[in-house]
Write a protein that binds this ligand. Structure first.
Ligand code: ADP
Ligand code: MG
Length: 702
């Protein structure tokens, strides 16, 4: 009897029955014929279950024993000339629901058990060989000895096998033949819990996995996988004598996600509810009312975010180029205007939402990196950053202005092409980051300056190329405003009172507190749709690919031309083709939100309304100018004009010694420029090498 209650011969008989099926016989024959291109026989758990449920359950309970026996059965059906050192793997896939364990629920009882763990691949090392069978030769008599290698430390023979030579009685040296020894490819990966399982904002837990042989290299950072394997333990490396063990999964097979949003289960009842929601004429307002309802106001921001959740259509063109459908939004604003709060909320609401800060400590940063650290035991590891982990989801990036220099240079490319390429030290990989990005940034000097403010670019510490990748950019300022302040404070106080009452025991009463009245008056703080159904709705909507109607196309074009015209007179670039594309994406998202196959007039108008709103807000924070070059380049039209004015003053009034600052200020003030402004321009022109200072406060053309 074995521990499992199955006799050895029962196990053997079981595998013979399962693998004796024609399908598996063919697979085994094919593997033998194509070895080593093919090295594994993959068996569905369903076939094991179909043979005998008890047997199948025992495979999960005692996988080491059962799989070893299964491999023996495979070996027995290989041709008689087969070299016993050439291993054929038995890999089991499609484990039952009961075998699925969340990383955070792995316990000692799972040790040695076959389980299925789902997650996102955060790290994957490069593939390297590990010696499985070492060939040694006796230094005295040259006798060959094979030694099976099971651990990281090379195991040598204890004595020579050659009885005649007499060396088996003496201490001899053995020479390793590393060319003829046998190797297996190996890879180490780290997965983290998928955000879907992490409602409530818990930190995702992680698990290392060891992948061997033909399936190494199949996994790359950013993949969503199910790893089927045996949970094992290793001593924690930092202390040498310890009873605390680290667990890992000895990966037996890997399954990739088959369909988009496989992880979001939509039942028939859900579908009915979703279709009913889509017919509600107040749907859009109700979705907006479900976005961070504890936050007061910000209706346009919330509308924009609602559209972002749904997104426009990703397009593949005839020439193989593609156009992104994902909508990127940037919130820049004073501290304490609830930017972070909105981002956190959206990372929980959106399917595959990830929240990360620009100044995160991870080496991968926001994109991806190849790193050499403890994880890889000396080999290079590819590590996925937030945008890769948010593939097909929403990346909520807070404090974007604090990101690393590496991210600064690569992020805009990642946002546009939605791919990140890493080529470093033998790792070359292209990672997908088909996500929308909701980012927040603080002004460079802590707060937006309203007095004498320069362009937005001077106030936000972000590269222009990056800023221009955002479809919508909202400037959120916090200015004292009696009416708004009163409303905002009532709202926030209401939120707190409602929160207090939620903590009260059912039916409890407190003297002087009308809990019922407070509860009623703060109803609006409850999301209209709960997060579960809204997330399902969003996932469901992605099946719909809307097409623009003639009417919608016309509205978008008219709006674009109208805004372009505003700048024609003085050569200002009010809007670029990038904003035109933003209009398209937003209208598509609006149609998709209604589960409608056609982008209609109302959708185009909604998009136009948002873009015009943001441009006008943006203009008011930019001295009233509708000037896109404020985010697309270092200078706006106004800057360029003023730079010219200052240079002209220097040319006209300066002597061969130059011109004093005082004199420049006098002339410039006639042109309506303030002293601070002129000083700033002089500084900039000097840094750019257009001017120099022969003496303090003297300027001369370079
Ligand atoms: P930021 O990231 O913009 O600096 P936070 O998200 O940290 O700001 O918000 C600061 C606090 O102020 C939060 O607790 C938030 O709830 C509150 N707050 C700010 N603006 C609003 C608002 N419009 N409605 C409700 N609460 C707000
Ligand atoms: Mg913040």
């Amino acid at each position: 009897m074995t521990m499992s209650g199955f006799q050895e011969q029962d196990i053997k008989a079981g595998w013979e029955a399962i693998l004796g099926d024609d399908r598996y016989r063919l697979i085994i024959a094919d593997t033998a014929a194509n070895y080593p291109e093919k090295k594994s026989v993959t068996v569905s758990y369903k076939d094991i279950e179909a043979y005998d449920i008890d047997f199948a359950l025992n495979v999960l309970e005692y996988p080491d024993l059962f799989i070893a026996k299964g491999k023996e059965t495979i070996k027995a059906s290989l041709p008689p000339t087969w070299d016993g050192k050439r291993e054929v793997n038995l890999r089991i896939v499609e484990l039952p629901r009961d075998a699925k364990v969340d990383i955070r629920h792995l316990r000692s009882k799972h040790l040695g058990k076959l389980v299925a763990v789902e997650g996102l691949v955060r790290k994957a090392t490069s593939v390297r060989p590990r010696m499985t069978h070492a060939l040694f030769r006796c230094a005295r008599c040259n006798a060959e000895m094979w030694e099976e290698q099971k651990s990281m430390i090379l195991k040598e023979p204890i004595m020579c096998v050659n009885a005649e030579s007499g060396c088996n009685k003496q201490a001899v040296r053995f020479i390793l033949d590393d060319k003829q020894s046998l190797y297996k490819d190996t890879q180490k990966v780290e997965i983290q819990e998928s955000p879907e399982g992490l409602r409530g904002g818990a930190q995702p837990e992680r698990l290392s996995g060891y992948v061997e042989d033909d399936i190494s290299g199949a996994i790359t950072a950013g993949n969503r996988v199910t790893m089927n394997g045996i949970i094992r333990s290793v001593e924690k490396p930092e202390r040498d004598k310890t009873t605390v063990f680290e667990i890992y999964i000895d990966v037996m097979s890997v399954e990739f996600e088959q369909h988009e949003y496989d992880d979001i289960q939509i039942t028939e009842e859900d579908e009915e509810q979703i279709l009913a929601m889509s017919r509600d004429p107040a749907l859009f307002e109700r979705i907006v009312a479900s976005i961070s309802p504890t936050i007061f106001g910000m209706d346009e921001v919330k509308s924009a975010i609602a559209l972002q959740l749904f997104g426009g259509c990703h397009k593949e063109m005839d020439d193989k180029t593609s156009i992104r459908g994902d909508i990127h939004i940037l919130l820049v604003g004073d501290p304490g205007v609830a930017k972070s709060q909105i981002l956190r909320y959206m990372s929980l609401l959106a399917p595959r939402g990830i929240y990360a800060s620009g100044k995160s400590a991870s080496a991968a940063g926001l994109t991806a990196a190849a790193v050499k650290d403890d994880f890889g035991d000396g080999r290079w590891t590819l590590e996925a950053g937030a945008l890769v982990l948010a593939d097909k989801g929403l990346a909520c990036i807070d404090e974007l202005d604090k990101m690393t220099t590496q991210d600064r240079s690569s992020l805009h490319e990642a946002m546009e092409s939605q791919r990140i390429s890493v080529a470093k030290a033998g790792i070359t990989a292209t990672l997908q980051c088909r996500c929308s990005m909701l980012a927040a940034a603080n002004p460079k000097f802590g707060r937006f300056e309203t007095e004498n403010m320069g362009t937005l670019n001077e106030q936000i510490d972000l590269p222009p190329a990056l800023m221009s990748r955002f479809d919508l950019l909202f400037v959120l300022t916090d200015r004292p405003d009696r009416v708004k302040d009163a409303e905002l404070s009532s709202h926030i106080l209401g939120v707190h009172r409602r929160g207090e009452i939620r903590q009260m025991a059912e039916g409890a009463a407190i003297d002087g507190i009308d809990a019922e009245a407070i509860w009623e008056s703060t109803k609006g703080v409850k999301p209209f749709y709960d997060v579960e159904i809204l997330r399902k709705y969003v996932a469901y909507s992605k099946r719909i690919v809307p097409v623009m109607s003639d009417a919608a196309t016309r509205i978008i074009q008219d709006s674009y031309l109208k805004i372009r015209d505003m700048g024609r007179a003085d050569g200002t670039i009010t809007i670029t083709a990038r904003q035109l594309e933003a209009l398209v994406r937003l209208s598509e998202a609006s149609a998709r939100l209604r589960l409608n196959r056609v982008v209609e007039e109302s959708d185009a108008k909604r998009a136009v309304g948002l873009v015009e709103y943001y441009l006008s807000e943006f203009a008011s924070s930019n001295g009233g100018l509708w000037d896109m070059s404020a985010i697309d380049s270092n200078y706006t039209k106004r800057d360029r004009d003023r730079n010219k004015t200052v240079m002209r003053i220097i040319d006209m009034f300066g002597s061969s010694d130059g011109i004093s600052l005082e004199e420049i200020l006098v002339h410039a003030s006639n042109d309506g420029m303030t002293d601070d402004e002129v000083k700033k321009i002089l500084r900039n022109l000097a840094t750019e090498g257009m001017l120099f200072n022969p003496r303090a406060d003297m300027y001369k053309r370079a």
